[in-house]
Design a binder for this molecule. Structure first.
Ligand code: 5GP
Ligand code: MN
Length: 338
């Protein structure tokens, strides 16, 4: 390997390295509605602990969507811990709060509270403070952090193409292939190491961002056609109804990517996608650099994420959620001075 990650390894806390090194039977949990970053990071934990002689069960409360099938190991995910296993460590990856694991955390509350834990996350809104909670908002992706951890543990990235692919997928996902401002020199150095280790970068990028079933494109068309803008375009919004999914034969994960198209609206300080989910509404929010902090806006509704990309779930039907969120978004956008 010619790419040298050693200048970056001091960022990895000793407590995290020690807990991972000492673990024999790990419960590695991703967030609900999984994306490539949480999936890749969790599988990274699987590979790394296995290389060190331990065993890991990757768990996600939701089935992993088929678009991630190209990542070796997704078939290992289960929706619940193994009742027969004697776990000695819980690892949460890419979860801004412990509740982000979703219903599996409620189904196994006692286990989740009892196990020693490691948290690996890059959300600025994460308030976790325990000894082995590693929160790095400067990391573009949780997978970037896991790549450093793997290297700290002496597991060569170059020895495992599947590991490199899983970690590369998370970085490609969370940077939109290095297009977002979160991609730093460290992100690129880690990515160079992963590509050197055999991660098929352009193939991963195509699969995650430039390849869609036709029904998904039709879904995008319906939602984009419904774009509404406010205040000379400073706020743009659209709505994805359950009826759109039914009409196009798509599932909720197919909405991934629509918000990033809405956010291309030239003048928009805030772009919002409202996603009907029965009697509740999921929102995705994107904001322009130097403008509205998306974690502040979504925080008003119990959500969070990153300054430029955040989300929330509101216990309101979509029309009422729209009224409530748009009022706050228009106020926040009006306060931005350019
Ligand atoms: P997306 O809009 O792509 O679903 O999410 C954008 C970002 O916000 C992601 O980094 C995601 O982890 C975070 N996020 C989305 N929904 C929530 C939520 O309900 N709570 C918190 N804390 N973060 C969220
Ligand atoms: Mn992430």
């Amino acid at each position: 390997m010619t790419v040298d990650l050693s200048p970056y390894l001091s960022a990895v806390p000793d407590a995290v390295v020690e807990r991972i090194r000492g673990a024999k039977r790990v419960l590695a949990v991703s967030h609900e509605n999984p994306d490539a970053d949480t999936v890749g990071a969790t599988l990274g934990v699987v590979r790394m602990v296995e290389r060190l002689g331990g065993r890991v069960d990757p768990v996600c409360t939701d089935p992993v969507p088929p678009i991630y099938d190209f990542i070796d190991g997704v078939e290992l995910f289960r929706t619940d811990p193994d009742p027969a296993a004697h776990y000695d460590l819980l690892v949460l990856s890419d979860c801004a709060t412990p509740e982000r694991v979703g219903p599996v955390g409620e189904r196994h509350r006692e286990l989740f509270e009892r196990l020693p834990r490691v948290v690996i996350d890059h959300h600025a809104s994460n308030a976790a403070l325990a000894e082995a909670d590693w929160i790095d908002p400067d990391a573009a992706a949780t997978c970037e952090m896991v790549a450093l951890l793997v290297t700290c543990l002496g597991v060569p990235l170059g020895s495992d193409r599947a590991l490199a692919t899983a970690l590369m997928a998370g970085i490609v996902m969370d940077t939109a292939t290095f297009a977002h401002p979160n991609a730093t020199p460290r992100t690129l150095a880690v990515s160079a190491a992963l590509v050197e280790a055999g991660a098929p970068l352009s193939d991963i990028s195509r699969r995650l961002y430039r390849s869609k079933p036709e029904n998904q494109l039709r879904l995008f068309g319906r939602v984009l056609d419904r774009l509404t803008s406010f205040d000379e375009g400073r706020v743009v919004a659209s709505t994805l109804l359950d009826a759109d999914l039914a009409a196009t034969g798509t599932q909720p994960p197919h909405s991934e990517g629509i918000i990033d198209l809405l956010a291309q609206a030239e003048r928009a300080e805030v772009a919002i996608l409202f996603k009907e989910a029965g009697e509740t509404t999921r929102i995705s929010v994107r904001t322009k650099p130097g403008g509205v902090d998306a974690t502040v806006l979504t925080g008003l509704f119990g959500g969070g994420g990153h300054a430029r990309a955040a989300g929330a779930t509101l216990p309101l039907p979509v029309d009422r959620a729209r009224d409530a969120v748009l009022a706050e978004a228009r106020k926040a956008a009006a306060a931005v001075a350019r």
